[in-house]
Design a protein around this ligand. Structure first.
Ligand code: SAM
Ligand code: SF4
Length: 326
């Protein structure tokens, strides 16, 4: 078991399969983003080796993310291999959904259990503006394909940005009246790359909730008031699905955090919003033994920071979100 010095049992690994992406969301990366050369990223065999190591340390929950995980070569085969590693109990993916129409069925058959799809607005023009060139139609068809394939429950993620989509939260929340989906609103976080927008155009979970309640009336607490991962869950009156708020900036959930991240270039990152990382890929490539690698992971986990420093103005600037794995 991997325990940190505050007694948290860290057993959830989010893996960035690639820093590459087929979109350029304004809150995530600059339009002229340059990506890492492939040789710097974990290769398939290295990734599987590391997943086996983490699984042997009690990590049982895995989420594949990026960048855009579906643009990674051989993604279906890779999912199949990860799903078969003993100890992998939960396997899900966060995706922009652009390629899901084609991939949802094959990914489900390969062992993927669930997807979270990012969709920040239901307005095609605004969707294009926020993603810089994305097609809402592609993503919507991807969501339906995921539902059809049984990648359930469907969770939709929306980052809310002032001047882009703050009024669209009402229509997005309204989806839960007719669909048994979880629509989750995420407070924008600051990283390198797009910091000015990230700092100046944040919309808080409180403001989002007020907009939704102005239209639909008071939200009802769901899930017994317990966090679902990082989300606080509610229902619209008469709704089939749930509305969630991920308020990482204004109400952090650090005490309940059980996660670590593996960056696309094989670094263990213990907090999304802290710069500290532990290199795993270099020792792996230099022939470190499995026991040595296990010890590096355990030491890294032990030193997992308690929480982020956004309230004190401490912003992680060494990477953009897509490299870390959101
Ligand atoms: N490309 C996939 C996608 O968009 O779902 C997976 C990677 S993306 C980095 C993972 C999640 O991080 C998405 O839900 C995205 O909206 C969110 N995200 C990206 N930049 C963010 C930021 N600055 N603050 C908060 N969430 C962000
Ligand atoms: Fe790509 Fe996801 Fe970042 Fe958008 S949020 S640019 S889809 S990695």
């Amino acid at each position: 078991m991997a325990i940190d010095r505050f007694g948290r049992n860290i057993h959830y690994l989010r893996i960035s399969l690639t820093d590459h992406c087929n979109l350029r969301c304004v809150y995530c990366m600059p339009e002229d983003m340059t990506f890492r050369p492939n040789a710097e990223l974990m290769q398939d065999d290295e990734l599987i080796q590391l997943v086996k190591l983490f699984a042997s340390l009690g990590f049982d929950k895995y989420r594949l993310t990026g960048g855009e995980p579906t643009v990674r070569a051989h993604i279906v085969d890779l999912v199949k291999e990860i799903a078969q590693v003993p100890g992998v109990r939960s396997l899900s993916m966060t995706t922009n959904g652009v390629l899901l129409k084609r991939l949802a069925g094959p990914l489900k058959n390969a062992g993927l259990q669930r997807v979270n799809v990012s969709i920040d607005t239901l307005n095609p023009e605004k969707f294009k503006r926020i993603t810089r060139w994305g097609s809402l139609q592609d993503v919507w068809e991807g969501v339906l394909a995921a539902e059809q394939a049984g990648l359930l429950p469907i969770k939709l993620n929306a980052v809310v940005v002032s001047g882009y989509n703050e009024s669209d939260v009402v229509e997005l929340a309204g989806l839960t009246l007719e669909h048994p989906w979880q629509v989750r609103f995420i407070e924008m976080m600051p990283f390198a790359g797009a910091t000015e927008l990230q700092l100046n155009q944040i919309v808080t979970a409180q403001q989002i909730q007020e907009r939704i309640e102005a239209k639909f009336g008071p939200l009802q607490i769901a899930n017994g008031g317990k966090l679902d991962g990082e989300a606080r869950l509610f229902r619209l009156s008469g709704g089939l699905g749930e509305v969630g708020f991920i308020s990482s900036v204004t109400v952090p959930f650090c005490a309940a955090c059980t996660r670590a991240r593996l960056t696309a270039d094989g670094r263990l990152r213990l907090c999304l919003l802290r710069e500290g990382e532990v290199d795993l890929l270099s020792p792996l490539r230099q022939g470190a033994s499995l026991d040595e690698l296990r010890q590096i992971i355990l030491d890294g986990v032990w030193h997992k920071p308690w929480g982020h420093g956004l309230a004190d103005g401490v912003i992680p600037l060494n990477r953009v979100m897509s490299e870390i794995g959101g």
